[in-house]
Ligand binder design. Structure first.
Ligand code: ADP
Ligand code: MG
Length: 678
């Protein structure tokens, strides 16, 4: 029934079909589930509670005779007085001369319109004889396209609910409706369109929020289960003794959080499932150390491992630190775009013959020409920078490598369980002991001189500074221009006493490497850069991070940048240069100066910016819900997640008849149907 054409609904003709299709409405079901995006609320309030210039509804008695005046061509104005409480309110109505007869002195009317607090006057857009119904009148407002007008759409909806409402199937088991006190689906649907009162509307919404979240969570968890069952991973057997010795040889003791994550990872690696895990942790929390141990374990099991990172600079840094950590036991090679010619051939050969145990590289790693002999573990650093296709082809390189994604962008729990619902997640939420917190200051633009003096002093005592130039979204070119400008400005300011370097995305790989090397060797003391230094780069001698126009960056990004300093034993500073125009901007600066915990920041960022912005527009992966809001309805999301887990674990979908409708619905889901294993 729900699958039949929308034309079956009384009043909807072929003329309107195209506009409806533009709105994504094809079937009766689509139409019925096209919910209002907001409601107009005609609640009568006392005059003292009305807001100036806002829409209001008042109720009162007409006093005296209305005055009707005509002006211009066919234009009219009707003015009258109504007695509301103890006040005489003036009412004005335009171009509705016919209403004069209905406004009878001594009778009650209900008026809706724009309220003018100072003049005690209402400009009426709707009026009704008599009192308001007892309950407030709540009208649905839909987002419409083409020729479809609101009143018409409401009429159709009223028809649709009458004609087909009773055929809307319940999909939740009765026990769930009971437990959560949720209204039945058909009734809730009618309430969504034609709410009798606020309380009922609230419950109807609550029902659909839960329904949306439950379906979503079931889908994610089914996907995860299907992926697991459809792929045999390699249950590796690593050399426990060797791994333990390696861990003991590290110059530090693992933190509790590192240990816990490591155990979760090792459990996946030794199980016959293919690992699909996300390792989250703040910059410097020791993810790379954990990754190195996992790679080492993989090698002791006779497998190859790979570590893929987003930039060449980072690849080189990781390459060097892994070589240092592993010593001679493990053969590590580097494969990036700038490894060319004979050297490249040699490395490709080593990868293919398993002479190389570990390959570190950029996305060059996943090109056609690279053939692993026996890839057991693939690690992807800063995974949000890689697209799904790249991940997929990486996995296709080996037989069924275990895959570990690492990210230093702490993802709020809310988002982690939605966007990454089909992954397992490990979290390193503890910093190694003895780290000095980076001191963060917010200063106004006019204080730049003092900041530069401070940088001069720090450089005199042997330290270095990063300077991040203003970010221009959507324009690489302006971004770079800004960096060049700041570079010249600082060169001029420091008059050759301090060497200034410049780094941006348009430099060639060699140029970048050159600049980074000079900076790492302290030949350059101040490095001006666009946000390309954001990820991973490690120069422990740098103690200052100065960020121009800091209000333009998201909290998480600022936090990433801040993570570039504070990597050595010296006290480090992050200076945010900003004159934010609005309260949100000021709030962001304040939060940055007060919070050093990345997870806390990411939660706040999510609250301030909303989920769409969180990952940037390109790669959002954040699902869209009709009624639910991930941030606002977080508790329902958590409940739904637990319920979904229980349902899947107990196999209730297949086993329990009260889940039949849910089961059918999920089986029709295009994502689950066309499940492609990536
Ligand atoms: P991440 O990859 O999360 O940014 P790293 O693994 O690169 O962090 O670690 C940052 C620095 O801290 C490195 O110099 C590393 O050697 C050191 N480190 C890692 N784990 C610990 C620990 N448990 N105790 C002390 N230092 C550690
Ligand atoms: Mg790292």
């Amino acid at each position: 029934m729900m699958e039949q054409s929308v034309l079956q609904i009384s009043g909807i003709g072929e003329k309107m079909q195209e506009s409806l299709e533009d709105m994504g409405i094809y079937t009766i079901g689509d139409f019925l589930f096209y919910f209002p995006f907001r409601y107009e609320d005609f609640e009568v309030k006392p005059l003292t509670e009305l807001a100036h210039e806002e829409k209001a509804t008042i109720e009162g008695e007409v006093v005296g005779e209305p005055l009707l005046t005509f002006y211009g061509k066919k234009k009219s104005r009707l003015t009258f007085t109504v007695q509301v409480e103890q006040f005489a309110v003036k009412a004005v109505m335009f171009n509705r001369a016919f209403a004069k007869k209905q406004l009878i002195s001594g009778e009650t009317v209900t008026l809706t319109g724009k309220w003018d607090q100072h003049r005690m006057q209402i400009t009426v857009s709707q009026f009704k004889k008599g009192k308001m119904k007892k309950e407030a009148d709540i009208q649905p407002v839909y987002s419409l396209k083409g020729d479809v007008k609101l009143n018409l759409f409401r009429k159709w909806m009223s028809n649709a609910v009458k004609e087909f409402g009773e055929h809307v199937p319940e999909i939740l088991p009765p026990a769930y409706l009971d437990t959560y006190k949720l209204p039945e689906r058909g009734n809730a649907l009618e309430t969504m369109h034609f709410p009798k009162n606020k309380k009922m509307l609230k419950h109807a919404k609550r029902r659909f929020i839960y329904e949306e979240f439950l379906l979503f969570q079931l889908k994610m968890q089914l996907l995860r289960k299907m992926k697991r069952e459809a792929t045999t991973g390699n249950a590796i057997q690593y050399n426990q003794q060797a791994v333990r010795a390696f861990v003991e040889s590290l110059p530090f003791q693992l933190t509790g959080a590192q240990n816990k994550s490591l155990q979760e990872i090792m459990k996946d690696m030794t199980s016959p499932y293919r690992m699909n895990r996300l390792l989250q942790g703040d910059v410097g929390s020791g993810k790379t150390a954990v990754a190195a141990i996992a790679l080492y374990a993989s090698v002791t099991a006779g497998k190859q491992g790979s570590l893929m990172v987003p930039t060449e600079i980072l690849a080189e840094q990781h390459y060097e630190s892994l070589q240092e950590l592993f010593g001679d036991h493990v053969q590590v090679v580097l494969l990036t775009g700038s490894v060319k010619g004979k050297k490249r051939k040699e490395i490709l050969h080593q990868v293919e013959t398993k002479e190389a145990d570990i390959v570190v590289g950029t996305h060059a790693l996943i090109q056609q020409e690279v053939h692993f002999s026996d890839l057991g573990l693939a690690i992807v650093d800063e995974q949000h920078r890689f697209g799904v296709n790249q991940r997929r082809s990486l996995r296709d390189k080996g037989l069924f490598p275990d895959v570990l994604f690492m990210t230093a962008t702490p993802i709020p729990r809310t988002l982690a369980i939605t966007a990454f619902g089909d992954m397992d997640v490990s979290v390193i939420d503890e910093m190694p002991a003895g780290r000095k917190e980076v001191e963060t200051y917010w200063v106004k633009d006019h204080m730049l001189d003092r900041v530069l003096t401070f940088i001069e002093k720090e450089v005199e005592s042997g330290h270095q500074a990063y300077v991040i130039s203003p970010l221009i979204e959507e324009s690489d070119k302006l971004d770079i221009q800004n960096a060049v400008d700041v570079y010249h400005q600082l060169q001029h300011y420091f008059e050759g006493n301090i060497r200034v370097g410049l780094m941006h995305g348009r430099l060639t790989a060699e140029e970048k490497e050159d600049v980074m090397k000079q900076y790492a060797d302290n030949e350059v003391q101040v490095l001006v850069s666009t946000t390309v230094v954001e990820v991973g780069v490690n120069v422990p001698n740098a103690t200052i991070m100065l960020i121009y126009d800091a209000e333009r960056f998201g909290l998480s990004q600022l936090h990433q940048l801040r993570g570039r300093v504070g990597r050595g034993s010296e006290q480090s500073y992050c200076i945010l240069l900003a004159d934010p125009k609005n309260d949100v901007g000021k709030e962001r600066m304040r939060i940055m100066t007060e919070t050093s915990n990345g997870f806390e920041l990411s939660e706040q960022d999510l609250q301030l910016r909303g989920p769409g912005d969180f990952f940037g527009s390109k790669q959002s992966g954040v699902p869209e819900f009709k009624v639910a809001d991930m941030v606002h309805d977080y508790r329902a999301l958590e409940t739904a997640r637990q319920d979904a887990q229980h349902i899947i674990e107990e196999g209730l979908l297949e086993r329990d008849p009260s889940f039949q409708q849910l089961y059918d619905m999920l089986q029709e889901d295009p994502v689950l149907k066309g499940q492609v294993l990536d």
